[in-house]
Design a binder for this molecule. Sequence first.
Ligand SMILES: Nc1ncnc2c1ncn2[C@@H]1O[C@H](COP(=O)(O)OP(=O)(O)OP(=O)(O)O)[C@@H](O)[C@H]1O
Length: 320
Amino acid sequence: MPTTDTRPGGAVDVRGLRKTYGGRDVVDGLDLQATAGTVTAVLGPNGAGKTTTVECCEGLRSPDGGTVRVLGLDPVTDAAALRPRVGVMLQDGGLPTGVRAMEMLRHVARMYAAPRDVDGLAERLGLPAFGRTTVRRLSGGQRQRLALAAAVVGRPEVVFLDEPSAGMDPQSRHAVWDLVRELRADGVAVVLTTHLMDEAEDLADVVHVVDHGRVIASGNVPDLLSDGTAGRSPRLRFGARPGLPVAVLATHLDDAAPDGGWTVTEDEPGEYVVTGPVHPTTLTALTTWLARHDVLATRITVGRRTLEDVFLDLTGRHLR
Ligand SMILES: Nc1ncnc2c1ncn2[C@@H]1O[C@H](COP(=O)(O)OP(=O)(O)OP(=O)(O)O)[C@@H](O)[C@H]1O
């Protein structure tokens, strides 16, 4: 049954988590809370420590420091008590490879007291199309969908999903996202790791942005996206030949639109971002400067700030 967990820290409560490999802290004092009826995303680049963190929550790894509680219990020492209450979808599927897909799901369902309707769940995740195929012959995306079904078939109170839509086609991805939203509506605490900003933006109630084993920003998506003065305005991006004098351009924009306090950065060779309160005259000022310097922009776009921008602002690096 979904939890109505109201304990301080919520259904998942991680404080000061530390995990060291070969003398290197891959998780370095990480705090994370997740509550019932919410989707909590752990967003960060490859190697940030997301999988290690959720594996500590799943009882698959022992922390080297800090505390981890899931439904008030210790995932390692209370593993048996937590098993029927927690659903886990591992990044590599973690499934036995020699059995047929639907056989495996039915077998998992039988281990729970009140499982979901297996056929209904399988149908909505598109499993019948490969139900008689052995797990080892499934594609990565098929394996992911089967692993998700296995994680939720027992009606868990807490679900951990590690990169749930990795390797999936858009249709499957949306089926997964719909299921995650339904779990939330049923009161489940869903924790997902992802390096896909659109997955975090579309699905999550709360996002923890992780880098180098630490949470560097947390909050709901609108709050994260409106963080700071520049964040309240859209981002102006353009493509042009690499190596433009960005400081000179910023000064020109300042002269043309003095309310700005503009910054212009070349994020990647030939990819520019203009930060400041963009309005119609900013575009005129930009194109005038480009024309004067005989620069043909290949593309100019104005769009809202994204979680990718949040990460870039905080770290100076892209998420991927
Ligand atoms: N068993 C291990 N032994 C040594 N190093 C490890 C081990 N497991 C993970 N690491 C290292 O710890 C760091 C964090 O890995 P982790 O898988 O938690 O990151 P992640 O954020 O989930 O990244 P990804 O999205 O690539 O899975 C990486 O540098 C990884 O190489």
